[in-house]
Unconditional design. Structure first.
Length: 109
């Protein structure tokens, strides 16, 4: 599983517009093959900063079933008017210490 973490800054006063665009655009991502979940979080210190969290079966699924498809163009077209700058995305996988169960908290004693 791969977690896509995207930092999204929207223009001042456009946060409600972004949330409405997200409501419309969420099914575009969620319907892509290999997408496990999609959610958005709002910054507590900045009402114009959002974090998009998307779980994918693999990075290939994200790339070939979303990023390189019309779905990505649809997604960007829906949210583009509210963006202050291009979103910044990074991808993460779970860290599992040798011999530990995958559900074990890495930092737990």
């Amino acid at each position: 599983m791969v977690l896509e973490v995207t930092l999204i800054d929207v223009l001042p006063g456009r946060d409600i517009d972004f949330l409405e665009a997200y409501r419309l655009a969420r099914p575009v991502i969620a319907g892509a093959q290999g997408c496990r979940s999609v959610r958005v979080k709002r910054g507590t210190e900045s009402s114009t900063r959002f974090l998009l969290l998307v779980e994918w079966d693999s990075l290939d699924d994200q790339e070939h079933n979303f990023r390189r498809t019309e779905r990505f163009a649809q997604w960007r077209a829906l949210i583009a008017g509210a963006l202050a700058q291009p979103p910044l995305a990074e991808y993460f996988t779970d860290v599992v210490p040798a011999g530990a169960h995958p559900d074990h908290d890495f930092f737990a004693g």
